[in-house]
Design a protein around this ligand. Structure first.
Ligand SMILES: Cc1cc2nc3c(=O)[nH]c(=O)nc-3n(C[C@H](O)[C@H](O)[C@H](O)COP(=O)(O)O)c2cc1C
Length: 385
C-alpha cells in the first residue's frame, strides 16, 4: 500500500462503534425512496459501499409532519424514519450492509425553514421556522431564483414552545426506531441551514425565550435534541453531529467568528452527549480561523475533546458547489494523501467523502490498491448505481 494513505486504513473504535478504516461515506440525499420507503435498490446502493469504514445515509426525515418538503431543496422522494414500511425498508438496508461487514448510521433530518410549503409527504402542513423567517434575503444563497421567490420571501410565524418540543421529540422517536432496526449509531443533521442550524444561526433565530439569545443561548435547541436522542438510545451508541459555518441561505455565513465563539456553540452540544463532530466544509484544506492551519473539524476536536470528522473535496479538485457549475470535477490522489497526513497528525479522526463515493462504489478499493481514481460527473446525481 502507498505509505502516504496508510493512516486512512487504520481501524477506529469509540464506545460500541468499531470501524475497519477511517473513510466515511458522507450523507447525500438521493431521492430514490418513493413514499419515504427505501427499497431494494437503495439497499443495493449502500451495500456496494460497505467497504467504507462507516456509511452515513442520506438525510432521513424524522417523525414530524413538516420535516420534509419536495423539489426546491432536493427532498423529492427522500426517505423517512417512521412507519412500518419505511422501517422495514431500513432494516433491509442495514442487514445488507452488515452482512458485507459494513457499519451504517442514518442521518436524521428536518428541513426547518428550507422546506417548501405545499410539497413533501404532508403538503397541507405548515412549515415550521424558529422565528418565522427564512433568513436574510440579500446574501449569496445556494438556491434557485424560483425557490427564493416561492419559499424564502414568504413570511411565516415563530414556532411556539410546544412546537419546538414536538420537533425534538420527533428526532428522539426516530432515533429510537433507527436503533431498533439495527443501525450502528445516530447522525444528526445540524448543518446547512436546516432546522437544527436554524436555531444555531442568528440569521434565522431571533428568539428571546429559552431557545434563543447569544451564541450559547442559540445552542439550547441542539443540546436539548441531543439529550433527548441520548435518552432514547442509551449510553452506548455513538452520536455524530454535523454542523457547518455556511448555510444554503448564505454561503459566507459564520456561526462563529473566533475559536472562543465556536467553543460556546459546540461546548453545550458536546456536553449533551455528542461523540463525533462532523465539521462540514466545501474544502477540507481551508483553515477555519486566522493564525492556524486547523480546519473546522480540527477546531471541533481541539475545543471539545471529542472525536471529529472532516469533509470537503477529498479525491476531487473542485468543491461541491463549484463542480455543479462546471458539470463535474477531475480526480486527484494528491489531496487524499494530504488529508491522510493531517489525519495521522491527529487533527481529526475520520474523513468524509461525498461525491467521489457517490459516483464510484469502488472508490475505497481504488485508493487502497493504488488504481486511478475516476473523475466526478454531475450526472451521477441522477442515478443510483
Ligand atoms: C447529491 C448530494 C446530496 C447531499 N445531501 C446531503 C445531505 O442529505 N445531508 C448532508 O449533511 N449533506 C449533504 N450533502 C453534502 C455532502 O455530505 C458533503 O458534505 C459534500 O458533498 C462535500 O463533500 P465532497 O466534496 O466529498 O462531495 C450532499 C451532497 C451532494 C453532492
Amino acid at each position: 500500500m502507498n505509505p502516504a494513505i496508510v493512516p486512512l486504513f487504520q481501524p477506529f473504535a469509540l464506545r460500541s462503534l468499531a470501524l475497519a478504516n477511517r473513510i466515511v461515506m458522507a450523507p447525500m440525499t438521493r431521492g430514490f425512496s418513493p413514499n419515504g420507503v427505501p427499497g431494494e435498490d437503495v439497499a443495493a446502493y449502500y451495500l456496494r459501499r460497505a467497504d467504507c469504514g462507516l456509511i452515513i445515509t442520506e438525510g432521513v426525515g424524522v417523525d414530524h409532519p413538516a420535516a420534509l418538503g419536495g423539489s426546491g431543496v432536493d427532498g423529492d422522494n427522500a426517505p423517512h424514519m417512521y412507519g412500518k414500511a419505511a422501517l422495514e425498508g431500513w432494516r433491509r438496508v442495514v442487514d445488507a450492509v452488515h452482512a458485507a461487514g459494513g457499519v451504517i448510521m442514518p442521518q436524521l433530518w428536518h428541513q426547518g425553514v428550507m422546506r417548501e410549503m405545499g410539497t413533501g409527504p404532508n403538503p397541507d402542513v405548515e412549515s415550521v421556522r424558529p422565528s418565522g423567517i427564512w433568513g436574510p434575503l440579500d446574501r449569496t444563497a445556494m438556491v434557485s431564483p424560483a425557490y427564493l421567490e416561492s419559499v424564502a420571501q414568504k413570511p411565516g410565524r415563530a414556532m411556539t414552545d410546544e412546537e419546538v418540543v414536538d420537533v425534538i421529540e420527533g428526532f428522539a422517536r426516530s432515533a429510537r426506531w433507527a436503533m431498533e432496526v439495527g443501525f450502528d449509531g445516530i447522525a444528526i443533521h445540524g448543518a446547512h441551514g436546516y432546522m437544527v442550524d436554524d436555531f444555531l444561526w442568528a440569521g434565522t433565530n431571533r428568539r428571546t425565550d429559552r431557545w434563543g439569545g447569544d451564541h450559547r443561548g442559540r445552542t439550547a435547541f441542539a443540546a436539548e435534541l441531543v439529550r433527548a436522542v441520548r435518552r432514547e438510545i442509551g449510553a452506548e451508541p455513538v452520536i455524530n453531529f454535523r454542523f457547518s459555518q455556511w448555510k444554503q441561505q448564505d454561503v459566507r455565513a459564520r456561526l462563529a467568528e473566533t475559536p472562543q465563539q465556536l467553543e460556546e456553540v459546540l461546548g453545550p452540544i458536546a456536553d449533551a452527549g455528542v461523540d463525533i463532530f462532523d465539521g462540514s466544509q466545501r474544502y477540507f484544506d481551508k483553515p477555519e480561523f486566522e493564525g492556524s492551519p486547523l480546519n473546522l473539524a480540527g477546531w471541533a476536536k481541539k475545543l471539545t475533546g471529542k472525536a471529529s470528522q472532516t469533509v470537503g473535496g477529498v479525491g476531487l479538485n473542485s468543491g461541491v458547489y463549484d463542480s455543479r457549475a462546471t458539470g463535474g470535477s477531475a480526480a486527484t490522489m494528491e489531496n487524499v494523501e494530504k488529508v491522510a497526513a493531517r489525519l495521522e497528525r491527529g487533527e481529526f479522526d475520520l474523513v468524509g467523502v461525498g461525491r467521489a463515493i457517490m459516483h464510484d462504489p469502488r472508490w475505497v478499493r481504488r485508493v487502497r490498491e493504488g488504481e486511478d481514481l475516476l473523475p466526478f460527473d454531475e450526472s451521477s446525481r441522477l442515478v443510483l448505481t
